[in-house]
Design a protein around this ligand. Structure first.
Ligand SMILES: C[S@@+](CC[C@H](N)C(=O)[O-])C[C@H]1O[C@@H](n2cnc3c(N)ncnc32)[C@H](O)[C@@H]1O
Ligand code: SF4
Ligand code: SF4
Length: 326
């Protein structure tokens, strides 16, 4: 059996109590039925047996905790022997919910914070900051590993350092950031902003390590890790080791790329993957032609496909925010 888990990011609902400025969803109404959940769980289990990997299911949405069967689904995932993680906006987690989550022994619960209060609420709406922080505090008190996810965009890049320090004081285990995926220039980062954030994250990562802090500042996403002094590279691995399920059973290689490759109601995952030309292309993707002379190319492999595709329509090209000057 392979050491690395096979990841399933399962969007059990698109309903949400927030409407964030950058959200990639356009529909906020759908939610999975009990029977379709059961079918998906069984098909994922069979897929794991075929590929010889253990599974990690990241339950998400929309806001996954709005689904009336959220806790029952989470328990079924654990009963099936998979690792469980939750990706949530954190606003629905009080002490009682935190202790129910702790009982599920998730590998982590990820909560989105998109800035210090003012920037976060400009993106996520009034009242959303204190509610998310209350969720973080409740989880930390219940002994659950909390990851904070920061989606970097034009309106929040300035408060990155203040937010990292704030999280360091709230029992957060890991601060994780990534770039917004959009074709809207009013939202996406300039390359200069991306470079400044990467350098700030590197400096904070070292400072937190040197101070022996509990919180890890992660600078490990595609392209960030290329310019980080962290010990390993992360290359975009879409097409391998990850699948996405939507509430209606649609299957995608990545939630941040706008491609559906089938629906698991129509067959086994192996068959859906085998029939998808896109999956074959993604699995076979080499180094983009603009990157072949770059000494970082074997690790970086062109950076983040989702960010570049959204801005240029090119799937196999050099990352739009690359600042390598060789
Ligand atoms: C879709 S949300 C689902 C979980 C929960 N509702 C939340 O906001 O955390 C998961 C993560 O995707 C991020 N996200 C949403 N739209 C995005 C986009 N266009 N580009 C990059 N990340 C995005 C959110 O900020 C959040 O951190
Ligand atoms: S909380 Fe999550 S799902 Fe809801 S609008 Fe914001 S990013 Fe989208
Ligand atoms: S040139 Fe290509 S491989 Fe090199 S750092 Fe930039 S995106 Fe990565």
């Amino acid at each position: 059996m392979a050491d690395a888990p096979f990841y399933l990011q399962w969007h059990i609902t698109s309903r949400c109590n927030l409407r964030c400025a950058h959200c990639y969803q356009s529909d906020y109404a759908d939610q999975i039925s009990e029977s379709l959940f059961q079918e998906g769980l069984e098909k994922f289990g069979r897929h794991l047996s075929r590929v010889g990997a253990k599974g990690q299911i990241n339950l998400t949405g929309g806001e996954p905790m709005l689904h009336p069967d959220f806790f029952s689904f989470a328990q079924k995932i654990r009963d099936a022997g998979h690792r469980l993680a939750i990706l949530t906006n954190g606003t629905l987690i009080d002490a009682a919910a935190a202790s129910r989550l702790a009982a599920l022994q998730p590998v982590f619960v990820q909560i989105s914070l998109d800035g210090t209060r003012e920037a976060h609420e400009r993106i996520r709406g009034a009242g959303s900051f204190d509610a998310a922080v209350a969720g973080i505090d409740a989880l930390a008190s219940a002994g659950v590993k909390v990851l904070v996810s920061f989606t970097a965009q034009k309106s929040n890049a300035h408060c990155f350092e203040a937010l990292v320090r704030f999280c360091g004081e709230h029992g957060v285990h890991k601060f994780w950031w990534d770039r917004v995926v959009t074709d809207d220039p009013a939202l996406y980062l300039t390359t200069a902003q991306f470079r400044a954030l990467t350098e700030t994250a590197n400096r904070l990562r070292r400072a937190f390590v040197d101070a022996g802090a509990r919180m890890k500042v992660d600078n490990g996403r595609a392209l960030q890790s290329t310019f980080s002094d962290a010990p390993c590279y992360y290359a975009c691995s879409t097409g391998r080791g990850l699948l996405i399920f939507l509430p209606d059973g649609s299957v995608m290689p990545c939630r941040r790329l706008p491609f559906v490759i089938g629906n698991y109601r129509d067959g086994e995952l192996e068959e859906i993957i085998r029939k998808s030309e896109l999956m074959t292309q993604l699995r076979g993707a080499g180094i983009p032609k603009e990157c072949v002379y770059c000494p970082k190319a074997s690790g970086c492999r062109g950076g983040a496909k989702c960010v570049t595709y959204a801005q240029t329509g090119q799937l196999f090209a050099r990352d739009v925010n690359c600042f390598y000057e060789g």
